[in-house]
Design a protein around this ligand. Sequence first.
Ligand SMILES: [Zn+2]
Length: 250
Amino acid sequence: MKQNETSLNFLPNGNGNGKATLTLNGKHKHSEDCEHHHEHGDLHIATSLETPMRPDAFAIDDDTKVKLISEHFREIMNILGLDLTDDSLNGTPHRVAKMYVKEIFSGLNPQNKPEAKMFDNKFGYGEMLIEKNVSFFSCCEHHFVPIFGHAHVAYMSSGKVIGLSKINRIVKYFARRPQVQERLTNQIGHELQRVLQTEDVAIIMDAAHMCVMSRGVEDTQSSTITSFFGGKFKQESTKKEFLSSLSLGK
Ligand SMILES: [Zn+2]
C-alpha cells in the first residue's frame, strides 16, 4: 500500500532565513465520515484505543513544532484576510502554536505521561473509591474546538492505591489530545487498570462539545455521557452503587 504512505519532509526554502516548509503527503480521505473509516494504510495501527499517530510523530522537537505551526497558523489568518501587522493579532500565531504543543496537545507525547506511583493500601480499605467531578478540557479531533466537562472515576483497590491527584493527572493527560470522547474514556479506563493493577475500574464522562454548541445544530443544552465499566463494575449491583453515589448531593 505504497500510495497510502504518509511522509513528513522539511525543505529549507533556500533563502537562508531558516524557514522550513512542512509537506504532508498523506492519502487520508477527508470526508465527514472519517471518524468511522480510517484510511491511513500501513502506518496506522488500527485499534480504537490508540490515538492514530504517525511513527515519526516525535522526529522533530517541541520548539521546532511551535515554529512550524506558528508559520502555518499565520498563513491561515492571512487567508482569512486578517491584518497580521495589527498589534493585537501579531503575536497570535506564536501563541496558538505554543498553546497547541505545550498545553492543549501536550498529552500526545508519552514523555508527558504522569508517573504512576503506587502506595500500599495500609488502611485495608476494600470498598469502592470514587473521585467525582474531575474537570477536564479536551479538543474535538473533527473540529479542533473544545470538549469540556467532568469525569467520575471509581476503582476497587487490588491492595495498592494511588494518590487522588494522580487520577486528575491521568484524566488531564489523555484529555490533552485531539480526541473523541469515547476513546478518551477508554484510554483513561485502560491506563487506570494498568496503574492500579486491577480490572475493577469505572468511569463516567459527561461533557459538552463546542462543535455541537456553537456550530452545526447549535444545541447549547445537550451533553454527552460515555462510560467504562471494568471487572466488578460490570456487575449490576456494583455498577448501581457507583451510579447512585454520583447522583447523591446533586
Ligand atoms: Zn466536533
